[in-house]
Design a protein around this ligand. Structure first.
Ligand code: UD1
Length: 347
């Protein structure tokens, strides 16, 4: 198939480009080379057109003869402050809307969209009294006392996190998360208008070779790795017991190949899938594993708390396994160990 891959020069996009080509697909790559990810004055990697998905004329040209679009281009990270909000709206919301309009003009009706587990916010928990609940917002007095787990919104009691399925309601907590929800909504509306097909892949915490090194927008794995390289202890926030699902970028790339090949089967509309390893890991354990591999100082548990952080992220991998045939191949113990010595991307 001929695939237009947006964000083709990025961390995840470049792995997808390789996986699509290995699977025998023709890839047309485009990337805006945002300074946030690529630094100033970057040149495009071979086979990638330098351009912005908000440019309708460029899209009209690039979409000729395209069977499927794989849309990875986005402004990423959690955001640092309110000044980041217009960037998320511009690149993610407006970029996706412009792409969908161009696809309608070109008659291209199959899309794979990079979404994120951040659409669920704090996710779902189980209360022994009230059952399946969304957690109440974490209270300042709890956090100040070092109680980091959220409480039941009804009885105020202790609750435990459970795996989140794709049917869980949207509850975005950051500008980035809001833009990922918006991308899914625009896509669903395009599917209705055009009788088109889309698959949204909700990535968990992506990591692996080529991950952006230490920037305010980097994920925690790269931040810990960069600290250890400087001979410093990884600084673990809260009590280190917060859960995440780390999914290797090679697995994310494979999920995209499967989605590119599957999108278009079945009735029109948007289908969403969690893309995760299915194995949760605490942030404290992840830091300890990296320190161990690099022979660095033990992690420091700081007790700090960031207002936009969610406590636990744990989602169910079943739907992707059943409907896309996707199962992660790289477990976090092995993958995080390898990341300790892998090459990272510097701006
Ligand atoms: C990350 C991504 C987000 C993506 C999501 C998918 C970033 C910045 N965030 O969100 O874009 O959609 O995965 O699951 O890339 N922490 C520390 N020390 C640090 C930094 C962070 O202990 O120096 C802790 C945080 O408090 C948090 C956890 O590590 O509990 C994960 O943080 P981080 O990787 O920044 O973001 P996520 O919310 O998991």
């Amino acid at each position: 198939m001929k695939v237009l891959l947006t964000g083709a020069a990025g961390f995840i996009g470049s792995h997808i480009a390789g996986a699509l080509r290995t699977a025998g697909h023709e890839v047309v790559g485009v990337d805006a080379l945002l300074p946030q990810a690529h630094g100033d004055g970057s040149t495009s990697p071979e086979g990638v057109v330098a351009g912005d998905v908000r440019d309708p004329a460029l899209l009209d040209r690039l979409l000729r003869g395209i069977d499927v679009v794989c849309h990875q281009a986005a402004s990423v990270g959690n955001g640092v402050d309110a000044q980041d909000l217009p960037g998320y709206a511009a690149h993610n919301d407006h970029g996706t809307a412009t792409l969908l309009a161009a696809m309608a003009r070109a008659g291209t009706s199959r899309l794979v969209l990079a979404s994120s587990v951040v659409v669920y916010g704090e996710g779902r928990f189980v209360c022994p009294r009230d059952g399946d609940v969304p957690p109440a917002p974490r209270r300042a007095d709890d956090l100040a006392r070092g109680r980091f787990d959220p409480r039941c919104p009804r009885c105020d009691g202790e609750i435990t996190p459970r795996l989140v399925e794709e049917s869980a309601p949207f509850a975005p907590r950051s500008g980035y998360a809001a833009s990922k929800v918006a991308q899914e909504h625009y896509t669903a509306s395009w599917c209705t208008l055009e009788s088109a097909h889309a698959v949204a892949l909700r990535y968990h915490n992506a990591y692996g070779p080529g991950m952006p090194a230490d920037t305010p927008y980097s994920g925690v794995a790269a931040i810990f790795r960069s600290a250890l390289e400087r001979g410093e202890a990884p600084r673990v926030f809260e009590d280190g017991r917060q859960l995440r699902d780390f999914v290797h970028v090679a697995d994310i790339a494979r999920a995209n190949v499967l989605a590119v090949e599957a999108v278009g089967a079945g009735p029109p509309g948007l289908r969403a899938f969690n893309v995760c390893s299915g194995r949760t890991f605490t942030i404290g354990d992840m830091a300890a594993r990296m320190s161990e591999v690099l022979g660095g100082p033990e992690p420091e548990i700081t007790g700090e708390h960031r207002s936009f952080d969610v406590r636990h992220v744990a989602a169910c991998p079943e739907a992707a396994r059943e409907e896309l045939g996707f199962e992660a191949a790289v477990g976090p113990e092995v993958g995080i160990g390898e990341l300790a010595t892998a090459s990272l991307r510097h701006r």
